[in-house]
Design a protein around this ligand. Structure first.
Ligand SMILES: Nc1ncnc2c1ncn2[C@@H]1O[C@H](COP(=O)(O)OP(=O)(O)OP(=O)(O)O)[C@@H](O)[C@H]1O
Ligand SMILES: [Mg+2]
Length: 429
C-alpha cells in the first residue's frame, strides 16, 4: 500500500473527541487521524461533518484494549503514515495513546507512558532525579498480610493509600495510624473505572497544594501557570462548604500571578524541568501537582501529560485569551503559540456543589451563573433530580471561571459566588 499522504505536512493522531482540538489541528494540517472510543460516540455527540475532513477516524471500544490499539497502529503503518505527534487530552486515553506511541516508534522507552500514569514508577523516576517526593511503598495486593505489614513497617503515619493509576482523588484515603490500616483497606470500594486494583501507600505531606499547567516545546514552557487549590483535593469534602460569606471557597483554585510570586515561579519551573527530564517529557501539555510543606519545601505530588480536567482548562483558556485546545494544537505541531493576553488580571475557577449529599432540588443554569458580574464561563453538569453522593471529591456538579481586577476583589467574588449560586439538595429517598 503506498501513501497518499502529502509530504511536508505534519501527521497527527488525536485521541478522544474534542471539537476544538480537532478543528485547531485541521487548521494546521490535513493529516489528522482521530481515534474515538465508545464513550465518545455514544455520549459526546461527535461532529461527523468536521470529522469528515480528517484523514481517517478509528472507532474503538476502549483505549485500554491492546488489540484495538494494535489494529490502529498496524493500519497506520500499512498506510505508510509517518506520525509526528500523538495528542491525548483525557486520562482515559493515556495508556492507549502511550502504547500507540511505542508501537509507532515515537519513543524508545516502552515504559515511558506507564510512568506518566503509575504513581509508583513516576515517583521512582522523579526521585532518582533528585526531586523530593513523599516516601512511598507499593501495596500491590492489599489482601496479602506481608504487603500490608511492609506498609506498616516502612512508612511513618499518617499515610495516604490510593489506586496506582487512579484519578480525581477517587479511592484516595488518609490512614492516621498503623492500627487503622487493615480496617481502612477492607472498606475500600474499587472504582469501577479502574482495571487494576493495585494500590500505593505514601506518607502524608502536610501543607498547601498547587497545580501547575504548562505546555512544553522541549525545555521551554510556552505557558506555565501556577494555581493554588483553596484546599488540598483530598480534603475538599472534609468540612461543610462555605455557606458562610467569610469562609474560603471549599472547592476550586486561583491563579497565582507570576509578578506576585516570582520566587515561587522560578522554583516551580526548575522543579518541573527536572521532572520532565526524569520522565522524558519533551513536549505537549502537562498538569503537575506539587505540595508546599509548612517549611516552604516543594514536594512533587504527581504529573499528567495532558491538559487538566474539571474547571482548570477553562481557566487556562482565560489566562491565554483563547482556547487551550488551540494552544495545544499549535504548541505540539509548530512549537509556538499565539500571543498570550489574559482576559482579566486575576483569574480562577470553582466547583459548585451542594453542602451535603442528596437529590438536587435547585441548581443554577448557565445563564444564571453568567449573570453574576465576574463570572466569565459556566458549565453545568447535573440537573434537578440528580443525586450527589459525596463519595469522592470529583462528583462534578457545576464549574464557574471567575475574573477580577485585584486579588481582594477576586476573593470577595469567589465568596459571593459560593453564597449566591447555591445547589440545594433534599435527602435522597
Ligand atoms: N502523599 C500525600 N500527602 C498528602 N496528600 C496527598 C498525598 N497523596 C495524595 N494526596 C491528596 O489526594 C489527592 C489525590 O491524590 P493524587 O493526586 O495522587 O491522585 P489522583 O486521584 O490522580 O488525583 P487527580 O485528582 O489529580 O486526578 C491529592 O490531590 C492530595 O490532595
Ligand atoms: Mg492528582
Amino acid at each position: 500500500m503506498s501513501s497518499s499522504l502529502a509530504p511536508g505536512h505534519p501527521q497527527v493522531v488525536v485521541c478522544k473527541w474534542s471539537a476544538e482540538l480537532v478543528r485547531s489541528m485541521l487548521d494546521i494540517t490535513p493529516h489528522v487521524f482521530v481515534v474515538l472510543d465508545e464513550f465518545d460516540t455514544a455520549y459526546m455527540n461527535p461532529d461527523w461533518e468536521l470529522l469528515s475532513r480528517a484523514e481517517r477516524v478509528y472507532r474503538i471500544s476502549d483505549f485500554d484494549s491492546n488489540e484495538e490499539i494494535s489494529a490502529v497502529a498496524a493500519d497506520l503503518i500499512l498506510r505508510r503514515a509517518s506520525i509526528d505527534h500523538i495528542v491525548s487530552f483525557t486520562e482515559f486515553s493515556q495508556f492507549g495513546a502511550g502504547y500507540l506511541e511505542v508501537l509507532l516508534g515515537l519513543t524508545k522507552d516502552p515504559m515511558r507512558h506507564v510512568a506518566f500514569r503509575d504513581k509508583r514508577l513516576m515517583k521512582d523516576r522523579v526521585r532518582l532525579a533528585g526531586v523530593p517526593t513523599a516516601n512511598w511503598i507499593t501495596l500491590a495486593d492489599p489482601s496479602r498480610e506481608d504487603d500490608v505489614a511492609a506498609v506498616r513497617e516502612t512508612l511513618s503515619f499518617p499515610i495516604v493509600v490510593k489506586p496506582v493509576a487512579g484519578s480525581g482523588a477517587i479511592g484516595t484515603v488518609k490512614v492516621e495510624t498503623p492500627d487503622d490500616l487493615l480496617p481502612t483497606l477492607r472498606g475500600i470500594e474499587p472504582d469501577p473505572h479502574l482495571k487494576s486494583d493495585q494500590l500505593t501507600a505514601e506518607e502524608f505531606i502536610p501543607g498547601r497544594e498547587y497545580h501547575v499547567d504548562a505546555l512544553w516545546s522541549g525545555d521551554t514552557p510556552l505557558y506555565l501557570i501556577v494555581s493554588a487549590y483553596y484546599r488540598p483535593r483530598m480534603s475538599v469534602l472534609d468540612t461543610e462548604p462555605g455557606a458562610d460569606a467569610d469562609a474560603t471557597p471549599p472547592d476550586g483554585s486561583y491563579v497565582v500571578n507570576a509578578e506576585d510570586a516570582p520566587a515561587l515561579y522560578s522554583r516551580v519551573t526548575d522543579l518541573h524541568r527536572k521532572v520532565n527530564r526524569a520522565l522524558g517529557i519533551t513536549g505537549g501539555a502537562t498538569h503537575l501537582e506539587v505540595f508546599e510543606r509548612p517549611d516552604g519545601e516543594l514536594v512533587f505530588s504527581e504529573i499528567a501529560t495532558r491538559m487538566a480536567g474539571a474547571w482548570i482548562g477553562a481557566v487556562i483558556s482565560e489566562c491565554l485569551g483563547y482556547e487551550i485546545h488551540e494552544a495545544i494544537a499549535r504548541g505540539v505541531v509548530t512549537g509556538k503559540i499565539p500571543e498570550v493576553r489574559p482576559s482579566r488580571p486575576y483569574l480562577g475557577g470553582l466547583h459548585l456543589r451542594p453542602k451535603g449529599p442528596g437529590r438536587i432540588t435547585a441548581i443554577p443554569d448557565e445563564e444564571e451563573m453568567l449573570a453574576v458580574d465576574g463570572v466569565l464561563r459556566a458549565q453545568r453538569l447535573r440537573s434537578a433530580g440528580d443525586s450527589v453522593d459525596h463519595a469522592h471529591p470529583s462528583e462534578w456538579c457545576a464549574f464557574v471561571v471567575l475574573g477580577a481586577d485585584t486579588r481582594e476583589e477576586y476573593e470577595a467574588l469567589a465568596r459571593r459566588v459560593c453564597d449566591e449560586l447555591r445547589i440545594e439538595v433534599e435527602p435522597a429517598g
